[in-house]
Design a protein around this ligand. Structure first.
Ligand code: ADQ
Length: 443
């Protein structure tokens, strides 16, 4: 393990402001990185999530935090614009049309430069600087220009697209050059690393060291929550409230068009319509976390999903028994884990996803060894979770078949598959992921 000081740069700081003060943000990345930063005396550089929040550095729970200010105009142009309306759709198979705006690009350059300037000024000599995700692709080169003593690593949480799609970007050469400032670029899947290598060869005539480092979750934390008596009781209450159905189908996602929520709901609808599934015996729960509500593609996706929910329930619900429970809400981790324990068939069907942690969280929390995971081949998790019911979510007939396979699977097969899935995730948690990446970067 590295003994060099570690500096993390990510769009968001690992804390969120509440009326009671700063709280650590949920998520495995934060839980994995904070102990490493604490032990190495490192710093986390990021935005507070609040426009025009101009505050100085502070310390939280033994970790130094350096806020980077982002103006209200930059929230629109850098964050909602370039990051989430140009890069996000393009890097996810161009599932939606990207916006290409010079104003958005200029804001992206300016914010990346601000991050790089902070890093150049505060990174101790010989530090390891670990930059995260698509918001900050120009930072490595900008930092490298000012500091050649630091090691720079980058991790993509989202996919990296094939060269044919990447070439659409008007600023493709600048972005490739930005990333080429790294000593190591990590991806979720080896196909992403291969795509990146092709892009570098095509645009820069040289390659950058890269590889696959599939991210994971905090297994110990989730298992502890899943094992709690509260969670068991909560899960029992959920089942009762759902009307003690024979089968609970479950979907949990950010409300993002990449997650394939409408395709999944359509498959459920068609199975109810033709009587393959019976709403007297099964019920579906779909939780969709509000996200990026300022971006038009997200507003449209929400409308489409909510229209489908209405259609499904209008036709198939009975008084007091909806066929589909839809929550447009963010849940506490304890509620989420109880829900995972209630879901007999977990349907994770993104059209494209870097990894998908929900799939890993589901199997980790199934301490009872039961439950079926239906998983898209287009999620990074499909490289590892081979005993899931793998499906192509672009194919409506295949989606129907996969759901029915999950509902009808014999208990012996369910348990055998779940045992193998649980073993895979237990063998590689998020702490191991961070250590592996840092060892490779510093080794
Ligand atoms: P996301 O696209 O956000 O992450 P995902 O990996 O599924 O996707 O992580 C979502 C997280 O949010 C999970 O930890 C889940 O528990 C939580 N969550 C989802 N719905 C919730 C709800 N209603 N309430 C509370 N919490 C909820 C990006 C990439 C992924 C990649 C991760 C990590 O798009 O592909 O796996 O980063 O690298």
């Amino acid at each position: 393990m590295t003994i060099r000081p570690i500096v993390v740069a990510a769009n968001r700081l690992p804390v969120t402001r509440t009326p009671a003060g700063w709280n650590p943000s949920p998520g495995g990345l934060v839980r994995a990185m904070l102990p490493l930063l604490r032990a190495s005396g490192g710093t986390w550089v990021g935005w507070t999530g609040i426009a025009d929040d101009d505050i100085g550095p502070f310390e939280h729970d033994g970790v130094k935090l350096q806020p980077v200010s982002v103006s209200a105009a930059e929230v629109q142009d850098y964050y909602e614009g370039f990051a989430n309306d140009t890069l996000w759709p393009l890097y996810h198979d161009a599932l939606r049309e990207s916006t290409y705006s010079v104003r958005h690009w200029d804001a992206y350059v300016a914010v990346n430069q601000r991050f790089a300037d902070h890093l150049a000024e505060l990174a101790p000599s010989d530090a390891v600087v670990w930059v995260h995700d698509y918001h900050l692709q120009l930072v490595p080169q900008m930092l490298r220009r000012r500091r050649d003593d630091v090691l720079i690593g980058f991790f993509f949480h989202i996919p990296f697209p094939p060269v044919e799609l990447f070439m659409r970007l008007p600023w493709r050469t600048e972005i490739a050059a930005g990333l080429a400032g790294c000593d190591l670029v990590g991806f979720q899947r080896s196909i992403n690393a291969a795509n990146f290598t092709s892009v570098c060869e095509e645009l820069l005539g040289r390659t950058t060291r890269c590889g696959a480092y599939p991210i994971s979750i905090d297994v110990a934390e989730l298992e502890a929550i899943a094992a709690g008596r509260d969670t068991r009781q909560r899960s029992n209450r959920y089942r009762t409230r759902l009307g003690e159905p024979e089968v609970v189908l479950l979907g949990v996602d950010r409300l993002d068009y990449t997650k394939g929520i409408s395709q999944r709901l359509r498959a459920y609808q068609s199975l109810l319509d033709d009587g393959t599934l019976d709403a007297e015996r099964c019920v579906m729960v779909q939780v969709a976390t509000p996200t990026r509500e300022g971006v038009e593609h997200y507003q449209n996706e929400r409308k489409e999903i909510e229209q489908l929910v209405g259609e499904i329930n209008g036709v198939h619900s009975r008084l007091g028994h909806p066929a589909l429970h839809y929550l447009y809400q963010s849940l506490a981790l304890e509620e989420l884990v109880a829900l995972y324990r209630t879901g007999d068939v977990m349907i994770v069907t993104p059209l494209r996803d870097g990894m998908n942690l929900v799939a890993k969280e589901y199997v980790t929390t199934r301490l009872d060894g039961d439950g079926v995971l239906v998983l898209s081949e287009f999620a990074g998790a499909a490289d590892e979770l081979l005993d899931a019911v793998l499906v192509n979510p672009h194919d409506p007939a295949a989606l129907r078949t996969a759901i029915v396979t999950g509902v009808e699977m014999h208990r012996h097969e369910r348990r055998a598959r779940m045992a193998s899935l649980r073993e895979v995730v237990r063998a590689s948690d998020v702490q191991g992921w961070a250590e592996r990446f840092l060892a490779e970067l510093t080794g």
